[in-house]
Design a protein around this ligand. Structure first.
Ligand code: ZN
Length: 436
């Protein structure tokens, strides 16, 4: 028994190396390569891939006939994109109430059915060139971790999932209106924090279940209870001790101030952040994940709820506020991370609806390459994974996509034209495949 344990420990503690698998060499000829770290397009590059990772990047050269070459010289090659804010185990109709649907999910949808449906939604991201997602809760009790593991072991296809497990939250979670005697249902979806000591335990429970990051709700509006600075500080301290980053859902400016004081690494949504809070975030290099949607998304949404945009006066205010905040954040130097937060059925696949984040930032005035950096390198930094994902560089995973068109002059339709998708060295979509 002891010997088995020792062997296990030796294997487990041995420095982690990426699985090499079959050492097949593949070379991609890229007409342009987007270098996400320097945020520029480099012409005529060859990417050497060995197994699941990138070995080297060189200039064009004559290749021997026996080498396996994927010719993307007519295309722009990018690192696989990252959606930093997803909920693949949750889906509601546009006209459904979030709390009602949460209760229905928790009481009338089995974990097995929920996971299978989540698997299908997850897979749809690959088709759009999104090869990694950060799944931030509303995923039952660690169903996101299970989905991640099933994808990593190759049982099903899907993007890399970085799973947060149940969101750490004050009493009630985000599910408003549940009576006192039924609050135990909330424990099936959120990890309710009762004290600073309990907050530390919650992080340890998540570590024990192998989550990849910690997501908290600094506030829970319209539920009024919120986490205290002391509770959030305890979460951050414990998470950082395990090398996990902490990102905080914040609707109010107040809760964002508290979360920043507690030392979180990122703020999700931040709809009401004031200029001085953005200044503080820039100073402390705290990531912002803006999750607004574009005008065309809102038009579809209005149609689905049987309204028209003219009858939705608030949409104009919503769009201009989002734009103003994003532009101010960029001016001040807040690191921006791309995230969709799309969990509504929108007549297209979940992956497709999530690409709306790119359109939203573009409409708000963000420059094309800056948007790409937010969806690759900066997003990976938010997870401390910038050597592994969101980059085409030696030792990173071979998560590589290609688009047709001119990124800088025709961003939206070019990003709509993903023609090649590789994840971990495996090709999921190739030029010449029938169109989507
Ligand atoms: Zn969310």
């Amino acid at each position: 028994m002891t010997r088995v344990l020792v062997i296990f420990l030796l294997i487990f503690l041995y420095p982690h190396t990426k699985s090499i698998g079959q050492q097949s060499d593949v070379f991609i000829k890229a007409g342009f390569l987007y270098d996400s770290k320097s945020n520029q397009l480099l012409p005529n590059k060859i990417i050497h891939i060995q197994g699941s990772t990138i070995k080297s990047i060189t200039g064009f050269r004559k290749m021997d006939k026996d080498k396996k070459v994927i010719d993307l010289s007519d295309y722009t090659v990018l690192p696989g994109l990252i959606d930093a804010h997803t909920h693949v185990l949750f889906s509601q109709e546009a006209n459904e109430d979030f709390a009602d649907h949460s209760i229905q999910t928790l009481t009338m949808e089995s974990d097995a059915l929920r996971a299978l449906r989540g698997a299908k939604r997850a897979e749809s991201y690959l088709e759009e060139g999104i090869t990694s997602i950060k799944d931030l809760g509303n995923s039952g009790l660690y169903l996101d971790v299970a989905l991640r593991d099933a994808i990593n072991e190759g049982t099903i296809d899907g993007p890399r999932i970085f799973a947060a497990g149940p969101i750490l939250s004050a009493v009630g979670g985000q599910v408003y209106g549940v009576t006192h005697q039924h609050q135990n249902i909330i424990d099936l979806e959120y990890r309710i924090i009762k004290s600073s000591e309990d907050a530390k335990n919650a992080v340890r429970e998540h570590v024990n279940q192998n989550v990849d990051l910690i997501k908290i709700c600094a506030d829970n509006l319209p539920n009024k209870a919120f986490l205290t600075i002391e509770e959030m500080s305890a979460i951050v301290e414990m998470a950082h001790a395990y090398d996990l980053t902490v990102t905080a859902h914040c609707i109010t400016n107040e809760s964002a101030r508290n979360a920043i004081e507690a030392g979180v690494d990122g703020i999700e949504h931040g709809f009401n952040l004031t200029d001085s809070t953005l200044t503080l975030m820039a100073k402390k290099k705290i990531f912002l994940v803006p999750t607004e949607n574009s005008r065309s998304y809102m038009e579809t949404y209005a149609k689905l709820i049987g309204d028209d945009l003219d009858g939705m006066d608030w949409v104009n205010g919503y769009i201009s506020r989002g734009k103003k905040r994003l532009m101010t954040a960029i001016e001040k130097g807040v690191p921006i991370v791309a995230g969709s937060d799309n969990y509504t059925k929108m007549e297209v696949s979940r992956g497709k609806s999530s690409t709306d984040m790119l359109r939203t930032y573009f409409e708000a005035g963000m420059k094309p390459l800056d948007i790409l950096q937010s969806a690759t390198y900066i997003s990976a930094m938010h997870l401390n994974k910038e050597k592994d994902i969101g980059t085409i560089s030696p030792m990173a995973y071979a998560d590589i996509i290609a688009v047709k068109g001119n990124l800088e002059n025709d961003f939206i339709s070019t990003m709509d034209n993903v023609v090649f998708v590789m994840k971990g060295g495996k090709v999921y979509r190739n030029i010449g495949d029938s169109s989507k």
